[in-house]
Design a protein around this ligand. Structure first.
Ligand SMILES: [Zn+2]
Length: 325
């Protein structure tokens, strides 16, 4: 168990994309997910329109907002095939969908081994799924020491415990790099992406998934949209600002963009809104459980997917290639 970390004093920052000091308030909210005290602010850059948290928790105090029961680490002891029933099948299907995209995007010569790095690999479900594809050598980077050790031991692969830059990988090491729900957490995404560009081979693939602040769920749910996840998310990307960030760091050949996750995001956002209203707490929990039932989810799967394609899903997954030179 972590020692109790004091609540940090928030720090002011300039725009993470263009460095401008000028911005306007976009959204004010609280920590609806972990329910830690504080009021947090998302602003929009007056110059490039990036949405970013300002003021924000400093890097050396951010641990306060990642308690031991934070979602990404809570399944550390559970493997990809340990999830039962339809929910487990949905998880495996989503992971293998990502694996297939990556496997097809990064073409290898006969008998060539392709190297994959998953940044922020947490409990390693994606890396575990990739181990079923031949011709890949996989490894991870994970800030959480305990999650890194457990994932490394469980999968028998290298997992560097610490920040990406501290791993000091040689230039042009990897054929593919993935960041699932990670980029929005970074204090300096531009520096991290330039580091990823350095360690990615020319022509290599970067696969990024982030919440989509321009989605219909984000607009409909306002401050309660789960994709804001204040104060852990430093940035709230839209398709436009994500493209700018990637282009300016050496990734400009967009291969594909997928939308996903609107139903689950809407459910969590609804729960946050009900928890912060006078609505009966037991009824709110019951509604949430019913709507999370795998059969309800399977029923709404197709209409949600269609809406995501037309109006923009709550998450966007982008596959981009690095410059050849
Ligand atoms: Zn800006």
């Amino acid at each position: 168990m972590k020692p109790s970390i004091p609540e940090p004093q928030l720090e002011k920052t300039t725009c993470l994309l263009c460095g401008s000091m000028h911005s306007t308030l976009y959204q004010e909210g609280a920590d609806y997910f972990m329910r830690l005290p504080g009021t947090f602010y998302l602003v929009r850059c007056a110059s490039c329109r990036l949405l970013y948290q300002n003021p924000r928790p400093p890097l050396d105090g951010i641990d306060h907002y990642y308690p031991d029961h934070y979602g990404s680490y809570s399944s550390t002891h559970v493997g990809l095939y340990a999830h039962p029933g339809l929910a487990g099948w949905l998880i495996r299907r989503a992971q293998h969908h990502r694996c297939r995209l990556l496997d097809q995007a990064v073409v290898a010569a006969p008998n060539q081994t392709r190297r994959l790095l998953d940044v922020g690999c947490a409990s390693g479900l994606f890396l575990e799924a990739m181990q079923h594809y031949s011709g890949w050598q996989v490894e991870g980077v994970e800030l959480n020491q305990q999650a890194a050790q457990i994932t490394s031991k469980r999968l028998g692969i290298p997992v560097f415990a610490g920040p990406l830059e501290a791993a000091r990988f040689p230039d042009a090491t990897f054929d593919a790099i993935t960041l699932w729900d990670v980029l929005e957490h970074l204090h300096d995404p531009m520096t991290s992406l330039r580091e990823l560009r350095r360690i990615l081979k020319p022509g290599g693939a970067l696969f990024v998934r982030v919440p989509n602040a321009a989605s219909y769920v984000a607009k409909g749910c306002g401050r309660y949209w789960s994709g804001y996840d204040l104060p852990r998310h430093m940035t709230a990307f839209t398709p436009r600002t994500l493209s700018h960030v990637l282009q300016q760091t050496g990734f400009d050949r967009l291969v594909c963009r997928y939308a996903s996750g609107s139903y689950i995001a809407a459910l969590h956002s609804l729960r946050f809104a009900l928890d912060n209203s006078t609505f009966n707490a037991e009824r709110a929990a019951l509604i949430h459980r019913l709507l999370l039932h795998p059969f309800v989810r399977a029923t709404v799967c197709l209409p949600t997917r269609l809406a995501d394609q037309v109006f923009g899903g709550s998450n966007m997954e982008v596959l981009v290639l690095a410059h050849e030179t």
